[in-house]
Design a protein around this ligand. Structure first.
Ligand code: ATP
Ligand code: MG
Length: 322
């Protein structure tokens, strides 16, 4: 997509929504959610978070990209695991089954990257109770994908938690845990296969599950998006690994790297830098690139000059029709 389309959108992003006529709002870091009866309206805004902080600047088209990648994968995996997706009434909005979220993130890793690599590098050889072999390097492929759950902290950083701890703290029963684990691994296998067909490696990702009012467990939130996952390009993976060089990747990682270069890692006393417009455009391009590579279809941006108004109109007419 042409840079000028993105540049023109810089002043017309969605930083937040206040849809008084829709329902009760909860504001997450990236999404505004509205509760409407037994459904949840999830608005993917153009906010971006890193190190658990919301950055002050928005990213053009990020919400659309995120929302549409998640919808794409929900549709492509509904045959193996039930999920919350009902409808897509606007490029930025998903209507879903409202659930009681389970306070554990089901993180699946096929490769040793990010937090898992940092833990391994510090000398630890178990992660969330899962043993890891000797001799691995940053970004090495693991013998098989592993589940490394994390608590979904209300405030601050999520923390690793083992199967043992989840059961003894009675967060989940053994049966439910094992069911969700097997679903998470099935989704990861399908995601890996779909990514591979497009020349990408699904490195790691996290899934959230919830319980519906009728007591069923389903996948919620988002899946296989650049906010929740890491992807590497397959063709350059082996040579870069051999040379111990950083992988070419499609994810939020380069935003984290930019912030680190600007002395921000989310720690106390650090100052959150402003993103220059040129960098906002660069981030937008990466998100769009991932959309196009992973879905194999061109990204069709919605370039409304008043996207919040558009979204409210679309939602109200959608809800009216129900
Ligand atoms: N179907 C669903 N039912 C209930 N809650 C859901 C559903 N899908 C997603 N959620 C919740 O909605 C929120 C989405 O917001 P967002 O992703 O912006 O939050 P976040 O950045 O993960 O941070 P936090 O949840 O800590 O505010 C998440 O808390 C997620 O667990
Ligand atoms: Mg989230």
């Amino acid at each position: 997509m042409n840079d000028y389309v993105i540049e023109n959108q810089l002043a017309h992003t969605i930083s937040q929504t206040t849809l008084a006529n829709v329902g009760v709002r909860y504001q997450g870091k990236v999404r505004d959610t509205y509760s409407v009866g037994d459904r949840l309206v999830l608005v993917a805004t153009d906010r971006i978070s890193a190190f658990d902080h919301i950055l002050r600047q928005t990213i053009p088209f990020k919400g659309q990209v995120l929302n549409q990648i998640a919808a794409f994968f929900f549709k492509a995996t509904a045959d193996i695991v039930p999920n919350h997706f009902i409808d897509l009434p606007d490029p930025n909005v998903t209507v879903a089954h409202k659930c009681d979220p389970i306070p554990v993130e089901f993180v699946v890793r096929g490769y040793l990257a990010g937090h898992a690599w940092r833990t391994y590098k510090s000398g630890q050889r178990t992660l969330c109770g899962v043993p890891l072999p000797e001799g691995l390097r940053q970004n090495s492929k693991l013998p098989e994908p592993i589940l490394t759950p994390a608590t979904k902290a209300i405030r601050g950083h999520d923390e690793d938690i083992s199967r043992e701890e989840i059961l003894t703290q009675e967060i989940l029963t053994e049966d439910v845990f094992d069911q969700l684990k097997s679903w998470a691994l099935s989704l990861f296998r399908r995601g890996t296969q779909m990514a591979q067909e497009r020349g990408l490696i699904l490195v790691d990702t996290k899934y959230e599950f919830g319980k519906t009012a009728s007591g069923e467990y389903i996948v919620i939130d988002e899946i296989h998006t650049p906010d929740s996952s890491r992807f590497f390009y397959s063709d350059t993976y082996p040579s870069l690994l051999k040379e111990d060089k950083p992988q070419r990747q499609l994810s939020k990682e380069f935003v984290r790297e930019w912030l680190i270069e600007h002395e921000f890692m989310g720690l106390e006393g650090q100052h959150l830098p402003d993103l220059p417009d040129s960098f906002r455009v660069a981030i937008s391009k990466r998100y769009i690139e991932l959309y196009e590579v992973i879905t194999g279809a061109p990204f069709v941006p919605d370039t409304s000059m008043n996207p919040v108004q558009r979204l409210e109109n679309n939602l109200l007419s959608y809800l009216d029709m129900q």
